[in-house]
Design a protein around this ligand. Sequence first.
Ligand SMILES: Nc1ncnc2c1ncn2[C@@H]1O[C@H](COP(=O)(O)OP(=O)(O)OP(=O)(O)O)[C@@H](O)[C@H]1O
Length: 286
Amino acid sequence: MTNTGTAVRVRGLRKRYGEIAAVDGLDLDIRYGEVFGVLGPNGAGKSTTVGILQGHRSRDAGEVSVLGADPATGDRLWRSRIGVVWQDESPPAELTVRETVTQFARYYPRPRDPAEVIALVGLEKKASSRVRTLSGGQRRRLDVALGVIGGPELVLLDEPTTGFDPAARRQFWELVRRLAAEGTTIVLTTHYLEEAEALSDRLAVVAGGRVVAEDTPAGLRARYGEGATVAWREADGSPRSEETATPTRTVAELLHRFDGEIPGLTVSRPTLEDVYLRLTGQEAAR
Ligand SMILES: Nc1ncnc2c1ncn2[C@@H]1O[C@H](COP(=O)(O)OP(=O)(O)OP(=O)(O)O)[C@@H](O)[C@H]1O
């Protein structure tokens, strides 16, 4: 097994639920070793896509290859190479963290060391605690521990930090970075733009069941965030602003007109959030 090339390849993926086209011609290329973010608003088709990648949901059309196999026909060995973190997984609440992780390790042909995985997710101090006594964030870390105990090459995380407080979210990001540093390929869906930007090497923006843009976070901003807004105050104090592709020229003209300091001058570039809202057609909702 060489860890170069494409870990996930999707072409023309389609999935309908009755009248709803949940996934509507989606293409993806995810390389080995990268953290790939799938960002999109509610109902964009993210969870459906991840469900298809892990072989949990069927598709209506399209080609899908995950670690070299079609998830629809992936065998047990293939499954053991993929770490799935279920939203609603409920490990036995009366077992301790250590017992739970050790028990799950037995399901895999080449599991990781349970103690090492408990440390990886930052649950060492809770290793002897019963699962039912864990907080929501700690439970989620345990879910990740169970998702990676089999030593997967690819981990699929579907909206992993929904419901987390800001501190728990940051800690979870550290955990994702640690997994990535070990060389694990990670696919992460989120509707938190900040999360996608903080973690992703590359990201796809999904809207209406298809990819509307795909790039690095910086690349997206550069590609779709053209232009700038120049704002200033007129001599009578009234605020003015102008959107322009040539902000330097606008400022030069203002400089000439005011013949000195331009009152209240600001020049701002679109943020990734502006780009995202534009790409997903949510601009008007702001
Ligand atoms: N089992 C299902 N039966 C019927 N419709 C479904 C089913 N699962 C998803 N859908 C619909 O398919 C569309 C895409 O849903 P999906 O859960 O994939 O989106 P998502 O991007 O993950 O959204 P969210 O961010 O809200 O989780 C939505 O309109 C949803 O209502």
